[in-house]
Design a protein around this ligand. Structure first.
Ligand SMILES: *Cc1c(COP(=O)(O)O)cnc(C)c1O
Ligand SMILES: [Zn+2]
Length: 447
């Protein structure tokens, strides 16, 4: 295992002991999780390269780089001489005025919210259409540096897709462990890359425990077990991009879906680092966590004022978020509370309505996790925890084509008509007759 001489290293989150760089995620002294820390003077020097006008020129230097997550390389734990093989990230951020009008009740408020609501759209993150491509890109860079020829993960679906695809691209072997009830598209979208897929008759938390045991036995790089600290840093690029795409400023609020609770804490770390490097002005950002009610250990803790997780047995269609005992739950709660934010959860029917609402208002087809985020954002507006005049970013983290089964039966399959103009005219008359029915459906979607 190389202990490369880098500008970053592993450090214990609680006792602060330093562990160099190695495939390890837990401190042996106090059993707390490890995290990457950076030599920020080295980062600053690398970004400024001797220029006197540091903040401005660092921004420009970043802005001139190719539009992908590697533009923030100084703030990622990448091995010496790392050459990216895939242009991951730099997904679009754009305003969502029509969605805002549906989420905010009062019409005057809705007009204001329409100016201030944004979507960060990782439904189109390459190569596998979820933000997990970001974390895997960093984890596998380190897996190669550590000399692993086999990578692995426990996954609720999107991580499986990403590890399998990136491993194929890099010529690594992949072993993927999943709960047996995953969506068919997520299983197929892993197998197609030639990965070994092991279905486990159990929930994610049981799969993850098994993977920790296998990691002790085999010299495999488990992206979310022994490589977890490196993996987690990849999530920061969502935060860097939000700030850069808002014109190098921080939003007032972010709404983030939570599974293991890592993404929300890393967006916070990203914003803190940009402030530390004078790339953005300091500002209070409220962090709002989103979960499905059927698996809501983090939002339950926030709502009941607890600082610890009470594990749950997941029962929700939002499978990508179905982690009953989240590894970073404690830190997610802390991030949310210290920021002045909040956490909410939504029922499965609300998830489906929200997927349809986002698609019908903004043309974005998200998976169940995105439905959780949009539904939660609506609740937060209605509770006045998010105000219309505040700049608010919703993180849409995955693509709807992977979870089409949750919409089965929602839309009628039309009977085919003959390819004749007269047939179409007749069909149109019948359809216009049922226009009242259509109107009613539209109201339902907007509710
Ligand atoms: C994994 C995942 C999340 C949550 O990520 P954590 O860092 O585990 O909280 C959110 N959305 C989607 C689509 C995911 O796959
Ligand atoms: Zn420690």
């Amino acid at each position: 295992m190389s202990n490369h001489d880098a500008h970053y290293e592993l450090r214990c989150r609680e006792c602060g002991r330093s562990w160099g760089n190695q495939p390890r995620s837990i401190c042996d002294e106090c059993f707390s999780p490890l995290e990457i820390t950076y030599d920020y003077d080295a980062v600053r020097a690398s970004l400024a390269q001797g220029s006197s006008d540091k903040p401005k020129s660092s921004r420009e230097r970043i802005a001139q780089r190719p539009p992908n997550m590697w533009r923030y390389s100084e703030l990622l734990p990448l091995p010496e001489g790392f050459e990216p093989r895939l242009p991951v990230g730099f997904t679009p951020l754009f305003g969502a005025p029509r969605l805002a009008q549906h989420l905010v009740g009062n019409t005057n408020d809705a007009k204001v919210a329409a100016q201030n609501l944004y979507l960060k759209n990782d439904a189109v993150c390459l190569p596998t259409l979820s933000f997990k491509d970001r974390v895997v890109a960093v984890a596998l860079a380190q897996a190669q540096a550590f000399g692993f020829d086999t990578v692995a993960c426990s996954s609720t679906g999107n991580l499986a897709n990403a590890v399998a695809a990136h491993a194929a691209r890099l010529g690594l072997k992949a072993w993927i462990f999943i709960p047996s009830d995953l969506e068919p598209a997520k299983i197929l979208g892993t197998q197609v890359f030639g990965a070994n897929v092991v279905r486990i008759a159990g929930n994610y938390d049981q799969v993850n425990r098994l993977c920790s045991q296998i990691a002790e036995e085999r010299r495999w790089g488990f992206v979310n077990v022994n490589l977890r600290p490196y993996y987690a840093e990849g999530s920061k690029t969502v935060g860097f991009e939000i700030a850069e795409q808002l014109g190098w400023r921080l939003p007032d609020n972010v709404v983030v879906p939570m599974a293991g609770g890592s993404l929300i804490t890393k967006i916070k770390k990203a914003f803190d680092e940009l402030v530390k490097l004078n790339l953005v002005e300091d500002k209070q950002v409220k962090f709002f966590g989103a979960q499905a009610t059927g698996c809501s250990p983090i939002s339950t803790a926030v709502k009941t004022g607890s600082s610890e997780i009470d594990p749950q047995k997941p029962a929700t269609i939002a499978r990508s978020l179905a982690i009953g005992n989240p590894a970073d739950g404690h830190y997610a709660i802390k991030t949310i509370k210290q920021s002045g934010g909040w956490s909410e959860d939504v029922s499965d029917p609300e998830v489906i309505d929200s997927i349809r609402l986002l698609a019908a208002t903004e043309g974005i087809f998200t998976e169940t996790a995105g439905g959780v985020t949009v539904g939660t954002a609506g609740k937060l507006y209605r509770q006045d925890r998010i105000l219309p005049e505040e700049t608010t970013v919703l993180c849409i983290t995955g693509n709807g084509l992977k979870t089409t089964d949750v919409l089965a039966g929602v839309y009628e399959i039309e009977r085919p008509i003959a390819p004749k103009l007269a047939e179409f005219e007749k069909y149109l008359r019948e359809t216009l007759d049922s226009v009242e029915v259509a109107k009613e459906a539209a109201t339902l979607v907007g509710a």
